[in-house]
Design a binder for this molecule. Structure first.
Ligand code: GLU
Ligand code: MG
Length: 437
């Protein structure tokens, strides 16, 4: 049978899934202008394909307009049509951004950062995932042999990233059973999140091609490792110079970067429902698993919500350009555009409030009592998705960063997801997420 080359116009949604519609590639020019039709209630499709309570019902029409700059075309078998997709923004038919378009929400957050602080964001996502056929494998953490066993898979992921315009950085056999980590090179602005989504999709494309099953689920089993998403961030000033580093600043953070980090930590309990948005995310965000259980800053400490990353005097890159901090309280159930928007808004809020740079913790915060934590400005992060959603909805500042109605729809979406899991055991809940992420 003949096959025709297709293009899928898509967008990452509230569930962290990439959804869209395919059309013949031959229609690309036309579709770049007209887009593809989209339905408001789609935003309430949960990761389990149930539809959460929707204010839109069966009403309304939207268009998903592809952004040609995000086009991904990856080759598979010799002579077969390419695997094509393109990300876009969801708009009203008159062109206005739709309130629930995750990419438009990030664009608004980045504009706020530019307006308030005069800086642009650079960033890169680091993703951990597991290959399901290897999850019982032990003795392979960070080993050469563990990497070599999956060399073909890793080489294909890296080649496909490069073909897709994502700069490959590293790929490695991580600590956990069958766990790998893939990192992308830094990008600017909305492309940071675009490339995070593309990287996830490429891991999926390659896994399907070689007949593997993979999972980005935040955690498969509370007794095992988590799959984190770490978001590395730094800033550029208007002239394009690095603006994150100041050797005289506290922890060597520049004024603007220090306030930004302080804002993230101040509002972390209100945005965690967006950056770690699944029921099982809260099994990962527990002490002693190198994720984040408190709103603390770590100076090169991996048990922190925000970590100031190391720089090397031996590198060919100047120290100021290497200097970055990473947000560790995220996972791949989160839509990267939405997670980054929440982080940016919290950071900008910190700049507007002129917050002081927090101390960097060096001890085990899980040993401190609640009053000792509070005296030092720390909170234990919410321990369930439900509690996290309540913090978001109850924080008018955080909810106010998003378009009108967004917080309510987001909470309803997540309540629909929680409802689907009602009556299941923890093991069944973990299995349900492992099947869909
Ligand atoms: N797997 C850990 C997480 O859940 C991170 C380990 C690391 O530092 O790479 O975030
Ligand atoms: Mg890692």
């Amino acid at each position: 049978m003949k096959r025709e080359e297709m293009m899928v116009a898509c967008c990452g949604d509230l569930s962290g899934k990439v959804r869209g519609k395919a059309f013949p590639l031959a229609d690309m020019e036309k579709r770049l202008k007209r887009g593809v039709g989209w339905t408001p209630t789609n935003v309430q499709i949960t990761c389990f394909d149930t539809i959460a309570e929707s204010p839109f019902g069966s009403l309304g029409d939207l268009v998903l307009i592809p952004d040609a700059a995000t086009r991904v075309s990856v080759g598979s078998e010799e002579g077969a049509p390419l695997e094509n997709f393109v990300l876009g923004n969801i708009r009203y038919t008159d062109g206005r951004p739709w309130e629930f378009c995750t990419r438009s929400i990030l664009e608004t957050a980045l504009e706020r950062l530019k307006r308030v602080a005069g800086v642009r964001l650079l960033g890169a996502f680091e993703h951990e995932f597991q290959l399901k056929h290897l999850t019982d494998d032990i003795g392979k953490a960070f080993t050469l042999g563990g990497f070599q066993e999956e060399r073909y898979f890793c080489e294909m992921v890296v080649a496909a990233m490069r073909e897709a315009g994502v700069t490959p950085d590293t790929i490695l056999k991580e600590f956990g059973g069958g766990q790998f980590e893939v990192t992308m090179g830094p990008q600017e602005g909305v492309t940071i999140a675009d490339h995070a989504l593309v990287t996830r999709e490429i891991v999926g494309i390659v896994a399907r091609t070689v007949g593997y099953e993979h999972t980005f689920t935040p955690i498969r089993d509370p007794a095992g490792v988590g799959n984190g998403v770490h978001v590395h961030l730094s800033m550029l000033d208007a002239a394009g110079r690095p603006a994150t580093h100041d050797p005289a600043g506290r922890h060597e953070l520049s004024g603007v970067a220090g306030q930004f980090v302080a804002g993230i930590l101040k509002y972390l309990d209100a945005i965690i429902a967006i950056t770690a948005p699944s029921v099982v995310s809260y099994l990962r965000l527990t002490p002693h698993r190198w994720s984040a259980a408190f709103n603390n800053l770590g100076f090169r400490d991996r048990e922190a919500a925000v970590r100031i990353c190391p720089v090397s005097d031996m590198s060919d890159v100047a120290k100021a350009a290497q200097f970055n901090f990473e947000f560790r309280a995220a996972d791949a159930a989160a839509n990267p555009h939405l997670a980054l928007a929440a982080i940016v808004h919290a950071g900008v809020q910190g700049i507007e409030e002129g917050l002081a740079v927090p101390e960097a913790t060096q001890e085990d915060l899980s040993r401190l009592a609640a009053n000792a934590l509070a005296a030092r400005g720390y909170v234990r992060l919410p321990q369930t998705l439900d509690a996290a959603l309540q913090r978001f909805a109850a924080n008018p500042i955080a909810a106010g960063w998003f378009p009108d109605g967004f917080a309510d729809v987001y909470v309803k979406h997540k309540q629909g997801e929680i409802g689907y899991l009602a009556g299941r055991t923890q093991a069944e809940i973990c299995a349900a997420y492992e099947a869909v992420y």
